[in-house]
Unconditional design. Structure first.
Length: 330
């Protein structure tokens, strides 16, 4: 496959670039190949003018291209820059960056990593769309751009060809999603394996949001419910069971659970069951059916379906990949 036929990815960088975000795009897209081992993407980096672009570290990045290559882009990725973290800069777009984005052809896919979402928003590309950014900046993004539906709980969004991701590492999830959308799960999973990252991460960034630790004099009612669920993870548990343990109504439990964990009670429980099953597969020799019972799935079939749905592999394949040497059978 020659360069002209490859999907053209262009990364638009600015002064104060976070180098890791640029590396993510280059590493993941250039790793994607077809069944014959031929590259599926061509990735190039541009700035508003060629030359050395300073980063947020003690190194600079030599950028060979100016904004003219944006005219050839099928996908444009805008990483974060230091200025995105400065309140006085947010809501204002450098005229040269605005002119560069105006060169992107109609129909090209636009994506941002972390606070690069402020650039897309300032250029009007997030108007009427769902978007996200780093959880520390979501409230400000929503306040500055009320026409954007900001979702602080997800790792990335995809709204009709305009995509945004949460923090730096969520750029990995975003790029894998785009590769998966372009060429299917098999290609995306191969890229994930080569990069030694999960092909899909369960949950969103809500789990990383800083929350005040409950005071001992005012413990969270859901803490008792969560502790009970973990102690009885192998048993069938209902919302009524958890609400009863917390001493509050099902409605109140659901509201507080979402606020404290970023998930509904049953979604949280499903994640805990999966994590428990994974630990057992990694660290014990238990048969799959026993692991399923101990994790609360009831049957091996139910657990296999869950593993396929979330992880894209069977429990047996997962164990083969992640088995801890010296595992025991307690």
């Amino acid at each position: 496959m020659d360069g002209e036929k490859r999907h053209q990815v262009v990364v638009l960088v600015r002064a104060g670039l976070i180098p890791m975000e640029l590396g993510i795009v280059h590493r993941l897209f250039t790793t994607a190949t077809d069944s014959g081992g031929r590259a599926l993407y061509s990735v190039r980096t541009c700035a508003t003018a060629p030359g050395v672009v300073p980063t947020d570290t003690d190194i600079g990045i030599q950028v060979p291209y100016g904004p003219e290559i944006l005219r050839e882009a099928d996908t444009v990725v805008v990483p974060a820059a230091v200025e995105d973290y400065r309140p006085q800069k947010r809501g204002r777009l450098d005229p040269e960056v605005r002119r560069a984005l105006a060169l992107v052809p109609e129909g090209a896919r636009l994506a941002s990593i972390c606070t690069g979402a402020f650039v897309l928003a300032a250029a009007g590309h997030l108007d009427g769309r769902r978007a996200t950014t780093h959880w520390k900046s979501c409230a400000e993004l929503a306040a500055l751009y009320p026409g954007t539906e900001v979702d602080p709980g997800v790792l990335y969004t995809d709204d009709d060809g305009v995509l945004t991701s949460a923090g730096v590492a969520a750029g990995v999830d975003l790029c894998l999603h785009m590769i998966r959308d372009d060429h299917g799960a098999e290609v995306a999973n191969a890229v994930a394996r080569d990069t030694v990252v999960p092909p899909h991460r369960e949950g969103g960034q809500a789990q990383y949001i800083e929350r005040p630790v409950p005071r001992e004099s005012d413990p969270s009612p859901t803490a008792a419910a969560r502790a009970y669920a973990l102690e009885h993870i192998g048993e069938p548990l209902t919302l009524d069971d958890l609400a009863r343990r917390a001493g509050i109504s099902v409605r109140t439990l659901s509201r507080r659970f979402r606020r404290e964990t970023g998930a509904t009670p049953m979604r949280w429980l499903a994640e805990q069951r999966l994590d428990h099953a994974r630990r057992l597969l990694e660290r014990t020799d238990h048969p799959v059916d026993r692991v399923a019972a101990d994790a609360g799935y009831g049957t091996g079939t139910a657990m296999r379906l869950r593993f396929r749905e979330v992880l894209g592999v069977s429990p047996r394949a997962y164990r083969n990949a992640f088995r801890v040497r010296g595992g025991t059978t307690p």
